[in-house]
Design a protein around this ligand. Sequence first.
Ligand code: FAD
Length: 292
Amino acid sequence: MLPQNKVPLEIAEYVNASSLEMALEALADGQGTAFAGGSDLWAQKDNGNGRIRSRLVNLNRVSELRGIGESNGIVRIGALTSVSEILESEVLVKYAPLLQRAADHFASNQIRNVATIGGNIANASPAADIVLPLMGLGSEIEICSKGEQPRNLALTDFFTGPGETKLESSELISAISFKTPDSDFHGTFCKSGPRPALEISIVAMCLAGNLRNGTLDNSRLIFGAVGPTPMRCTGTEALIDSRPIDDELIGEALDIMEGEISPIDDFRASKWYRIQMARTFLEQELNACCSR
Ligand SMILES: Cc1cc2nc3c(=O)[nH]c(=O)nc-3n(C[C@H](O)[C@H](O)[C@H](O)COP(=O)(O)OP(=O)(O)OC[C@H]3O[C@@H](n4cnc5c(N)ncnc54)[C@H](O)[C@@H]3O)c2cc1C
């Protein structure tokens, strides 16, 4: 039963868009909600927690939002790409196995078949798994709206709070892109939950950068589920950059990282447990860098 102040949300109008133009037209007055896989949206509709507006705009027939490709050193992934398609993509095997590692920790096959990369980003959960490797790869998102040129935004600048982003109600995410990683790019993804997949993260971490002789340059350290949004730990990154990774650096890095994250107690885990898991993941992955 729903709490007294929650009601299941009603949908007054349904648009089954067959082109990007039609989808943007249906969203232009700010009264529409984009529908991709529905794996977040449907749960929110039924529990009354969602932000569903009265017109539902189905994106599934919009071919312009599909496809994964590489051209001139840029990998571009359409927003409607499902988690299963990420796992099956030859382009991503070659350029972004890091992204596939996160996809391999994501839900069940049934959910992977419908859940999209655009939905994972736009839903703006602090525990959105696919966002972490995308930030590790330095991704930008392409945003479009009726009558406007698409605009690009760094994914790290996109989130403003839990469920909150810089996306206007008339806008769609059309694609995600990143530069093809350097040959010495190293990226890793760790996720903690009671089961290896089919679980919302209790803590997730991505560590990425250019790894040469036990030194990680241009490092990116991103955590999920330990703050209001997926977050970069820029202070820890600054410490790690260009310094040989040894026990002293690892000790300092763990303490700085702990000061940067802000986990809470909730029904999934305590703040204390989240801090311990974050420290364990970072220690484990920095140690793994030493041996490479
Ligand atoms: C059983 C279960 C297990 C799950 N496990 C995981 C997990 O392991 N890891 C994880 O990260 N998540 C998990 N999720 C959450 C969910 O599956 C993901 O967040 C998924 O990627 C959402 O994508 P979707 O296409 O289903 O989005 P939808 O539900 O269709 O939409 C989600 C939100 O994004 C908006 N939206 C969708 N596409 C666009 C677009 N192109 N442009 C602008 N806005 C858009 C919608 O309007 C809506 O607000 C799980 C969910 C369930 C039900």
